[in-house]
Design a protein. Sequence first.
Length: 211
Amino acid sequence: MKLIFLGAPGAGKGTQAEIISEHLNIPTISTGNIIREALKSGTEMGLRAKEYIDSGKLVPDEVVIGIIRDRLAEDDCRDGFILDGFPRTIPQAEALDRMGIDIDCVINLEVADEIIAERVSGRRVCPVCGASYHIANKKPAVDGVCDKCGNTLVQRKDDHPDTVKERLQVYHEQTEPLKDYYTATGKLASVDGPTTLEGVTKRILEILQEV
């Protein structure tokens, strides 16, 4: 299955994508992780992205799209994938359509802004492998240490409470219009995000069985 997970930053996309990825045995394609990998491996698109990141600018659509295109061409995506963090804008969604990729379902996680703010401020991530945790809801086995690679967990700069409000504003302006875009294709399915982790997973799996 070819899936997209939509939702505000902190809505739980990454966590649910990881669970569904294991359940369906398809890779999760996280834009942030791919860009980090492209930077590390020094690909042409990775080097272009580095120029923008080093100067403190957002990586433009054309570079992100190029990185995604390269990743989706790899063998492990042949039987499907989950896109987490892409597309973030209507132009990115249109670019995905132009690639000829037929998305089966778009899962939209609906969570109120005030709940997002509370969640995001408690998030901790591994700077090496990109694994995500939460100080209350998804604790690592050893406090402050990544279960997967043993590195020290950090709070991302954009997860600080004073930046969350700005990130949510950007989401509402740039990414939320994708809900209408995919509703028009008949592929959008919304899930109430604030329920339990297991409850959200169960609902997503029920939706996918109907696709």
